[in-house]
Design a protein around this ligand. Structure first.
Ligand SMILES: [Zn+2]
Length: 403
């Protein structure tokens, strides 16, 4: 055998060996796909007479903000396809026009749209404000405290976005923290690994590629837990899809028609990964003001619905005289019973002030007697899922504040 032939053989062997992990990862995504089907077929959510659950997404951009080419039609179609009840638009601001006035609002194809903004202060600290208004035009020159004060004055919601970059934690009046953001998480991706994962798995499991990089937002959760302690206030946690539909490759002609290409983050996929589940009292109508009120009360939870429909999760409390749900305060009195209901058998972790307080596996329902004051919240995991995703939260609740 000639020298170049030997070299070629060695190169071929290296190439084949380098692909073994990706072939295995593709096989594991196949098992994950089966496990998800099984979870969705095993769901046994308990009926709830007091609350109606609405699911939707928060933190969505269209072509208006400049970073995206996404059209309103694509966003509405994706929301419908995902059977969402609401979509919170958070358009980047413009110095020249009011993007909140121009984006989707009201009901389209049965989906409620809220016209919000993602506002960036000169310090690079960012807030999600919804609904938005014309004051966002001047927000780029305002302090974080001013942006919050202006949104509070008109009963809009102000959420800290990108908490790792936020500094004004002691500013008064913000309502919550976006503890998880798909885009922030995706920045951890190793592009070479994603390229080969994509080549092996994109055609069969385009949505499940998310499972190859999804990780518990440890920093976001810690900053949120700390902010609750620091401010002594109730702060809602949300997850942001940060959907732009702008990641991908395509060749277009002059009219914009795509010849060849794929998008890694089309809206219909992004809206499937993670959703906010909102609880309204039975009989209450879902509209802009009831949605803002429920978010501000923390009557919601984060569900990574890609891994199984999280609808039906409940976290409640009673002290004998009062019945409360996640987001609420309850008097410690002579002891509080916290209750968790998961729609399928799961590992449930109860945290008190950000620290693990109780952990149990294989349960759908559990009660905890607590006497100490603190903020109690729940993370639910699915150990029955194959691969590293079994170690990442499926549901992140909002806290019940025992005072
Ligand atoms: Zn954004």
């Amino acid at each position: 055998m000639k020298r170049w032939q030997k070299l070629l053989l060695v190169l071929l062997a290296v190439l084949i060996c380098s692909q073994i992990p990706f072939a295995y990862r593709r096989y594991r995504l196949g098992r994950l796909s089966d496990a998800i089907l099984q979870i969705n077929s095993q769901r046994q959510p308990r009926p709830d007479e007091k609350f109606v659950e609405y699911k939707g997404v928060v933190h969505v951009h269209s072509f208006l903000g400049g970073h995206s080419t996404g059209t309103f039609e694509a966003i509405i179609a994706a929301a419908k396809q995902n059977q969402l009840d609401f979509v919170v638009m958070t358009e980047h601001t413009s110095a020249n026009f009011n993007t909140a006035a121009m984006t989707l609002k009201d009901v389209h194809s049965g989906v409620l749209f809220i016209n919000g903004n993602e506002v960036s202060a000169p310090t690079n600290e960012r807030l999600l404000i919804f609904p938005g208004d014309e004051s966002a035009i001047t927000a780029e020159g305002s302090s974080v405290a001013d942006v919050i004060a202006r949104s509070k004055a008109r009963s809009a919601l102000a959420l800290v976005a990108y908490p790792e970059e936020f500094k004004s934690w002691s500013a008064a009046g913000y309502d919550g923290v976006e503890v998880y953001n798909v885009y922030t998480n995706a920045r951890q991706i190793n592009p070479l690994v994603m390229l080969f994962d994509g080549l092996w798995s994109y055609r069969s499991y385009p949505d499940l590629l998310f499972a190859t990089f999804y990780a518990r937002p440890a920093n976001g959760l810690r900053l949120w837990d700390d902010a609750i302690r620091l401010t002594g206030k109730r702060l809602v946690a949300t997850a942001g899809n940060d959907a732009h539909a702008n990641v991908g490759l395509s060749l277009n002609d002059a009219s914009g028609k795509t010849w060849v290409g794929f998008k890694a983050d089309p809206y219909e996929r992004s809206f499937h990964l993670v959703r906010m589940h909102l609880l309204l009292s039975t009989g209450e109508v879902l509209n802009s003001s009831s949605l803002v009120r429920a978010f501000s009360a923390g009557h919601c939870f984060i569900g990574f619905d890609l891994f199984g429909d999280t609808s039906g999760f409940r976290f409640t409390a009673t002290n004998g005289s009062d019945q409360k749900i996640q987001g609420d305060e309850i008097a410690a009195g002579s002891g509080v019973t916290l209750s968790v209901q998961a729609p399928v058998s799961a590992r449930v972790v109860l945290l008190k002030d950000g620290q693990t307080f109780n952990e149990a596996t294989g349960i759908m329902e559990k009660q905890y007697a607590v006497s100490e004051k603190g903020s109690y919240r729940v993370e639910v995991y699915l150990p029955q899922l194959p691969g590293p995703v079994s170690e990442q939260p499926w549901i992140i609740s909002n806290p019940i504040y025992v005072k």
